[in-house]
Design a protein. Structure first.
Length: 237
């Protein structure tokens, strides 16, 4: 029997993409209209932002733990969070979580290693681009990570919070993202981490200047594989 997948949601658009990807990916293994049971808990984004703005990752961890307890009580066997920035709070909640977790950066790093990438560009929120989530995890796989320069980081972050989380995906922003990725390609990057839940809804793999590591869909697919594995243990990285 498939394990139940708990989704800890932060932003609505990203959580919806993660849920939809799990449902789609599971059909490859389980058949039409079939997927593991998915409890989902969503604390409104407005409750997360003060903690992020103050870089109070202990408070972010408290919200992660609150949601983990809810999905665990609803039957989840393990949890995932498709929001990359939330993983900055990992150390503040993982040891108290009632269920194990899959780590989004770990899943992305495994995919990068599978392709033999050596240096990954990183797009995400200002918290993710300046934080240690991806550099630390990718370092264990001997893969470098490079974020855009500050002026481009601001553009990327503004698009996320002014457009993407509101379900707006203008072509002008897609082209600006592609320009930033192209500049990182010139800096030696051989792939790009789409390190914000909504970025895959804007950046298209078919015309992106670099191969993409779609963190949201990679995590969703890893969750399906984990749920269907007969003898699996979620990672507490």
């Amino acid at each position: 029997m498939a394990k139940h997948i708990g989704i800890v949601a932060c932003s609505a658009e990203g959580a919806a993409l993660c849920y939809r990807t799990i449902a789609e990916a599971a059909e490859e293994y389980m058949g039409t209209h079939n997927h593991p049971t998915i409890p989902l808990h969503s604390i409104p984004l407005v409750d997360w932002m003060p903690a992020f703005d103050n870089k109070d990752y202990k408070a972010v961890g408290g919200l992660m733990l609150e949601s983990a307890r809810v999905v665990a009580s609803a039957g989840a066997d393990f949890a995932i969070c498709p929001d990359n920035s939330c993983h900055l709070s990992w150390e503040h909640f993982i040891n108290e979580s009632p269920i194990p977790w899959l780590h989004i950066a770990e899943v992305a790093a495994q995919e990068a290693r599978r392709h033999g990438y050596k240096k990954a560009a990183l797009l995400g929120t200002r918290f993710t681009m300046t934080g240690p989530i991806y550099p630390e995890v990718f370092l264990r796989y001997h893969i470098g990570v490079l974020a855009p320069p500050p002026e481009h980081q601001k553009l990327v972050d503004d698009v996320i919070f002014n457009e993407l989380v509101h379900g707006l995906f203008p072509e002008s922003s897609r082209l600006r993202y592609n320009y930033i990725i192209e500049q990182l390609k010139h800096e030696g990057c051989d792939c790009v981490i789409l390190g914000c839940t909504e970025i895959p809804l804007l950046v298209r793999e078919d015309d992106c200047p670099l191969p993409t590591l779609d963190s949201t869909r990679l995590l969703a697919r890893a969750a399906v594989e984990h749920a269907l594995a007969e003898d699996s243990t979620a990672q507490a990285v």
